[in-house]
Design a protein around this ligand. Structure first.
Ligand code: 7PM
Length: 289
């Protein structure tokens, strides 16, 4: 379980502490346009803020704001459009709510402006491999989640192949950590993520979760995103997204038991409750009688 070993881990998200002495929930807030609002207008910002308030009330320790869909085959979004969607929401949430805001982006300019608007973490599915992203992350000085992905979002699910998925993901993350440290980033600003579903078959995802302890053993806190993912759907006989909650909770509990420190989830209250009871069992080892 995260926080088991040694020093209590607190990640400083631009002055807002994220205490990882027990597993925490990162609430997912998508600000991509939908049928109700266009992203960037008043009602979409109000709607995003209301969702963030709800997630914090339900126990989310951090809110992840994303303006570009990383869905396989999704159309790319321009820097201007991503800024228009994300900035007002990052600004509104960080001004009103006490928790850190994470910005889900691979674009250096979005990283820079989101942090200026109050974001305290960068969540990058490209693990800072985009041109100028690494230097920008170092300059803005907030923690970064480095996620593994094989290939690019548009094509990554076509034919993912590995010799040994756990070893390869582990080596990738270790190389990215070293690259970040070599570029001058603080070691205590790094978080790692195996990237469930990003260039992985269901079998690859299962192997990664089965061996998550090996990734937790690298050093930095581990973040996992399993919420509503197709792995759950596949295991439950092609269950649609609205039937993936209970399966997802089981995977979240397993991930926490295997060392995940941050669970990225859509359904905050159920995930917080599942982790709270799990944590109570783990904590029982230190209380005699
Ligand atoms: C369609 C397919 C829509 C996949 C959305 C997704 C992760 C993430 C995402 C993750 C980190 C989703 C994904 N997944 N960031 N962003 N880790 N760090 O299900 O697993 O939310 S997008």
């Amino acid at each position: 379980m995260a926080g088991d070993s040694g020093a209590a881990r607190v990640v400083d998200c631009a002055g807002r502490p994220l205490d990882l002495s027990k597993p925490r929930v990162m609430g997912i807030l998508n600000v991509t346009p939908d049928s109700f609002s266009d992203g960037g207008n008043f009602s979409s910002v109000e709607n995003a803020l209301a969702q963030a308030r709800g997630m914090v009330a339900e126990g989310a320790a951090i809110i992840d704001v994303g303006g570009e869909s990383t869905r396989p085959g999704a159309a790319p979004v321009s820097v201007q459009e991503e800024l228009r969607r994300v900035l007002p929401v990052v600004q509104a949430i960080s001004a009103e709510l006490p928790v850190p805001v994470s910005v889900d982006t691979s674009k250096p300019e979005v990283m820079r402006q989101a942090v200026a608007a109050g974001a305290g973490m960068i969540n990058d599915v490209m693990a800072l491999r985009t041109r100028d992203a690494l230097a920008t992350a170092r300059e803005v000085g907030v923690p970064v989640c480095l996620m593994h992905m094989q290939g690019a979002p548009r094509t990554m699910q076509e034919a993912p192949t590995y010799r040994d998925v756990v070893a390869e993901v582990r080596e990738f993350l270790m190389r990215r950590i070293q690259g970040c440290i070599d570029a001058g980033m603080r070691e205590d600003h790094l978080i790692v993520d195996p990237g469930f579903g990003f260039g992985k078959t269901p079998a690859h995802n299962l192997r990664l979760l089965h061996s998550l302890e090996r990734l937790a053993g690298i050093g930095p806190p581990v973040l996992v995103g399993l919420s509503r993912k197709s792995l759950i759907g596949k295991l439950l006989g092609d269950a649609p997204t609205d039937r993936r909650l209970y399966g997802g909770l089981a995977l979240a509990v397993l991930a926490a038991a295997k060392g995940a420190a941050i669970i990225r989830a859509h359904d905050v209250r159920p995930t917080v409750e599942a982790l709270t009871v799990t944590q109570a069992v783990w904590a029982a080892d230190s209380n005699p009688e």
